[in-house]
Design a protein around this ligand. Sequence first.
Ligand code: SF4
Length: 275
Amino acid sequence: MAENINHLHKITFGWDITYVCNYRCPYCTVWDQPTKLNLTVEEWIGAWERVRRKYGRCYIYMSGGEPSRYPDFYNLVRALTRLHTVDVCTNLSWDVRRLVPAVGNDVLRVAASFHPSFARFEEFFEKAVYVKDYLPSRPEGAAVYYVASRAQIPEMAGYRERFARGGLALVPLPVVEDMDIGNDEREKRLIEELSPNKNDPRQKLEFQLKELSPQGKLCRAGHHYAMIRGDGSVDRCSVYKDKQVGNFLDEDFELFDGPRVCAQSWCPYESQWLV
Ligand code: SF4
């Protein structure tokens, strides 16, 4: 299992390359959004070259939608990994053998989520084991994500066991409803029980479950990390939606010059950027 390498990069970006998805998961509405920018590989690489000149090799969480639905996905990833390290947040429905192992796990990583309403377990499991050296590492094994929605919670422990047989650790994610946590107290305890994040010294799980609030705390989101939206606008993180950081395609695009105070009451995904 490969070590986690995000910390080796000074700057990290989240990037919604497309909002198109081949699944229609009931707890997700992203696939309902139009993708406003449809740039070619060359156009995207031009913008990422500017970022490389300014910030060096960055870590990019390529997300969506499902990133592999971008029409030239394989060529984009191959070109981009020459400049930056790419972590594809994906449902693994694509042909993983077209990139792995030809692109090494020092520049390509995979953040895989299992969505049982659309994916067959056996097919997902086989691919996840194949890309194991590209998955995030946890003490319990290589991580795959699972949305702990009300309908999926009853199956969670069973899937956890089945994944463990392949050396994979199932990481439950709380469900988001109307920009708030959609899990009740009982469900939160179940997530807590199964989450490999429960002993995280930075209390990631407590922020995820809304037991800790980031409000009033200094955060490097916007400074060492930012979220590029499907229209090219850039937010501090996935919770902010005010385009404060500018537009990624502007020649003079740059990040904040220091950490700023967070005004949000919930930080479901990116609390690692708190100072
Ligand atoms: S603490 Fe969380 S919600 Fe607040 S700015 Fe940082 S990443 Fe965003």
